[in-house]
Design a protein around this ligand. Structure first.
Ligand SMILES: [Zn+2]
Ligand SMILES: [Zn+2]
Ligand SMILES: [Zn+2]
Length: 326
């Protein structure tokens, strides 16, 4: 029987129709992704991008460059603003201000499942530094660090890299999460994310790993087969405030995710992203920063696009069982 599942945070409906699917093992990739030639890679140290490394942002194993084709720009220079006709009397338009950076791991050959704990921790420290840098300018309402792995995830180059999108708007998905979690708080008097930590810990059917600071589980109303969430156990709305020892525990959990995905699904494409409180808000009691990990093993069809409701065909409870068996 298909089931309608409600996303407890956003209130969105998800359709779970496991009868339509193949079993979880049908998602195992047949071949591993190949690495491109290092000598032609623009992201390798010595390559074209490295020349633009932002010196203050560089660390031992990571460097940061402005994105060559940015989605958000730090300033409007000269003719750029006139490069398209703005029909401002009817549609609403504004400049896509903010920032867009590529955060490169220096070592071309490392796949996420080969990242050491210290490297993953270093990556999240770089994210924090860049969040704090952009937060100084009030125009930047939001920053989101993301990672794409594999061509189906949107990665155009296979050199290991993350990206930072800084925008003068709060993203739509975040607005829905904020709205839903505030409603939940007003009704229940508690943070929905804190309650989810307790619930998942108690039920155990979706939990994949835990340590002192984090819990990892498959998400109840998954938008993607094998979707996973990492929630901090302590209530904290702002990622940039998290201490180094907590980031170490985050790195341990995330590296488990990367290894688990590689071992069970044979190096599938995936994304992960950080959801955080907007810069326009002071730390708050109803929102809780977190990470969502979305393997990219299925495509959306017309119904998903037309309705905004996703049909998931792998039950998150089955997905958890499968991911744990490695
Ligand atoms: Zn490279
Ligand atoms: Zn919380
Ligand atoms: Zn989220």
């Amino acid at each position: 029987m298909p089931q309608l599942r409600k996303n407890i945070i956003t209130g969105e409906w998800l359709i779970l129709a496991p009868e339509r699917a193949q079993r979880p093992d049908d998602y195992i990739r047949s071949g591993r992704m190949k690495r491109s030639d290092k000598s032609k890679c623009p992201f390798c140290p010595g390559g074209e991008a490295f020349k633009n490394s932002i010196k203050d942002a560089e660390t031992e194993n990571i460097y940061v460059v402005p994105n060559k084709y940015p989605a958000f720009v730090t300033s409007i220079n000269g003719n750029d603003s006139k490069s398209y006709r703005v029909e401002d009397s009817f549609y609403f338009v504004k400049h896509a201000l903010g920032g867009h950076e590529v955060i490169n791991i220096k070592n071309h050959d490392l796949e996420p499942f080969q990242f050491s704990t210290s490297l993953t921790q270093e990556l999240f420290e770089v994210f924090q530094n860049r969040y704090l840098f952009y937060k100084k300018d009030k125009i930047n309402e939001y920053a989101m660090a993301i990672y794409n792995h594999g061509p189906e995830s949107g990665a155009t180059l296979d050199h290991p890299h993350a990206q930072l999108f800084v925008s003068s708007i709060v993203p739509n998905y975040i607005l829905r999460e904020l709205h839903g979690s505030e409603n939940y708080y007003n009704t229940n008097g508690s943070c929905v994310f804190c309650d989810m930590v307790k619930h998942e810990h108690h039920e155990r059917v979706r939990v994949l790993a835990e340590n002192d600071d984090f819990i990892l589980f498959t998400f109840f109303a998954a938008r993607f087969p094998f979707e996973m969430w990492v929630l901090p156990k302590q209530h904290e709305s702002q990622f940039e405030k998290v201490g180094k020892d907590v980031l170490k525990n985050l790195a341990i959990i995330l590296n488990k995710v990367f290894v688990m995905l590689d071992k069970t699904l044979n190096d599938p494409p995936f994304n992960f992203f950080i959801h955080n409180l907007p810069n326009t808000m002071k730390s708050c009691s109803f929102y809780h920063w977190h990470i969502e990990i979305t393997p990219r093993l299925s495509n959306y069809g017309g119904y998903e696009l037309g309705s905004g409701n996703v049909i998931d065909i792998v039950a998150p409870e089955k997905a958890a069982e499968f991911l744990k068996k490695e």
